[in-house]
Write a protein that binds this ligand. Sequence first.
Ligand code: NAP
Length: 253
Amino acid sequence: MSVADDAPVAVVTGASSGIGAACAMALAEAGFQVVLGARRLDRLAEVAERCGGRALRLDVTDQACVDAFAAAVPSCSVLVNNAGGALGTDPVAAASVDDWRWMYDVNVLGTLRMTRALLPALIASGDGQVITIGSIAAREPYRGGAGYNVAKHGVAALTRVLRIELLGQPVRVCEIDPGMVQTEFSLVRFRGDADAADAVYAGVEPLTAQDVAETVAFVATRPSRVNFDQIVMLARDQSSAQVVHRRPEVAAR
Ligand code: NAP
């Protein structure tokens, strides 16, 4: 895919898989020069090759790494804060502080570090956008979700405060909160247990990473007067965090 050298730049964090990789493709198709960040450079390079973007190593939990990444991206019109995830489904009574710390660091502080680092470039672009991938977990507490609920509620609070604080600046702020999306998310959450990850989606037709990416690209290409503040998107089979319609014919696929 070839994109004009003077096209606006979009940065996508966590672009080595799932929603981030799909966002990189969708934004390149929408005419952006895409800069992709994640820790697994081999996977990132493959996605960058497919979308004609640049792959740069990024660990959003490491301030020095975030600074080096931002220094390599002098101009930026869109930042997609997508890097994140969940670890475990322990009840509060048995919660792992280490898991909670990881979730808070990558989801909340990662979004903070990236937004802070790229905000000067976003403002300087004259028409910047911060698009943050939250979750239905930012809206509804659910059994076994506490650590992730806390982190994504934190992401939502950060994003909504940013929207208020940037009023009057040429930067739009959007929070997109998906429900179930079939990616590597559950494999990470269940620490590589593929059966446990597959059980999450059994009998359900979840959203695809591309469904979310198309929404990101839609938001990113609206006229600059238009700000989508918050979007919740769920599969038809999911009406809230843990209310899911499972169908035998889908399980049999
Ligand atoms: P995924 O396939 O596991 O992708 C997660 C991405 O985050 C990977 O590219 C991973 O890349 C990156 N990442 C993790 N830690 C990172 C770090 N420290 N620094 C930089 N990148 C990091 O899962 P996904 O579903 O696409 O998740 C994307 C976002 O959507 C997350 O914020 C997640 O919470 C949110 N979300 C997912 C769902 C769902 O059901 N799938 C629903 C709602 C919201 P590396 O490992 O290569 O660094």
